[in-house]
Design a protein around this ligand. Structure first.
Ligand SMILES: [Zn+2]
Length: 97
């Protein structure tokens, strides 16, 4: 396992993080590579937003599977991740919170 690196990002604002931003940063967050301001806002969002919380869970499962054995990542989880990424890229904001 490589050591987590701290990335420096400019001016994390205080406004709540949107689902779109969470989609953008959650992987860094789960890898321990996000700065403190963003991590706190992201964590707060995950507490409120079931959908993003679920996404974070899925990512963690994929990571765990990758760490455990290099082959067997559930295809379903990968498909879900890809779908989520594509949705975020289109700019869809989930409305159910
Ligand atoms: Zn969300």
């Amino acid at each position: 396992m490589k050591k987590p690196r701290k990335f420096m990002f400019r001016s994390a604002s205080k406004r709540p993080m949107s689902c779109r931003e969470v989609g953008k940063w959650v992987h860094y967050y789960l890898d321990g590579e996000l700065d403190e301001g963003r991590s706190a806002r992201l964590a707060a969002h995950l507490e409120d937003c079931r959908r993003c919380g679920l996404e974070a869970d899925t990512y963690q499962r994929v990571k765990a599977a990758l760490a455990g054995r290099h082959s067997a990542v559930p295809a379903e989880s990968l498909a879900r991740l890809r779908e989520f990424g594509a949705r975020i890229a289109r700019g869809d904001e989930p409305v159910d919170r």
